[in-house]
Design a protein around this ligand. Structure first.
Ligand SMILES: [Zn+2]
Length: 265
């Protein structure tokens, strides 16, 4: 099983990281993607500890839309910071999470768009996949990905909580769609309906931990082992065996985020 999006280098795991990683392995979670915030040196240091404990985990780094205001009017600096973080984070070869969040609006929207576009362009130029965070910003997100020609490098629309048209556009751009513990929440019928019909070769599951723990552990600190519960619900929705779903998400993850030939030699 794969946890395609976790924040294991978050301070929430500083005290018991070994046990958290141990429980992930016991639950059969063999790999995944650990997402780091660009420029957070404390998190980067914890990330090296995560990498030491879990060598098969991949790493992503990017300027989150909430953080975009730190680089207002300085797109080139944001790109330089991401490049620097990619070169120092262990095995980082994914840009994310990046995107637009018009729900919280923690950064002005034009600033968010500028920083997102610059990172999408960097991804295309460097041939790296992206992890996209988008909330209440469907049209602008899709426009920027399309205009910057990012479909070729691909990636994932993570923690999908959007509309059916957004899912269709993500798919037509060639992206994967990842579902979190949200699909286990009673109020999430519309997301479940989308999760049931995303093509098999485009599906991923994730925790987005430490947030969004699935039912029945909802409200607790989330961790990679709990992705199995989300996968069980998704398998049920799609009327397939859990092992079959596991094989699908493992193959999809490896295809898009697996080691690149140019990274090995
Ligand atoms: Zn995240």
């Amino acid at each position: 099983m794969i946890d395609s999006h976790c924040h294991l280098a978050d301070a929430a795991y500083a005290d018991d990281l070994e046990a958290v990683v141990g429980r992930a392995h016991e639950a059969g979670v063999s790999g995944g993607l650990c997402v780091l915030a660009c420029g957070d040196t404390e998190e980067a240091a914890r990330g090296r500890r995560v990498a030491g404990l879990w060598p098969d985990l991949r790493f992503a780094v990017g300027v989150h839309p909430h953080q975009a205001h730190e680089f207002a009017g300085r797109e080139a600096d944001a790109v330089a910071a991401v490049k620097a973080a990619l070169s120092t984070a262990p095995g980082a070869s994914v840009i994310g999470e990046i995107g637009l969040d018009y729900h919280y609006d923690f950064s002005p929207r034009d600033v968010q768009r500028g920083i997102f576009r610059a990172q999408v362009r960097l991804a295309r130029e460097s041939g790296l996949p992206v992890v996209i965070h988008t909330r209440e910003a469907d049209d602008d997100t899709v426009d920027i990905v399309r205009e910057e020609g990012c479909g070729k490098v691909g990636g994932v629309f993570h923690c999908f909580s959007g509309t059916e048209p957004l899912a269709d556009q993500a798919l037509s751009l060639g992206f994967l769609v990842s579902f979190s513990g949200m699909i286990t929440f009673p109020g999430a019928a519309s997301i479940r309906a989308i999760a049931a019909r995303v093509p098999a070769d485009r599906l991923l599951v994730e925790t987005d931990c430490p947030y969004l723990a699935p039912v029945p552990v909802r409200g607790r600190r989330n961790e990679p082992a709990f992705v199995v519960r989300t996968a069980e619900v998704l398998a049920e929705l799609r009327q397939m065996a859990l092992g079959e779903l596991d094989a699908l998400v493992t193959a999809n993850f490896a295809r898009v985020f697996g080691p690149r030939p140019d990274a090995q030699g």
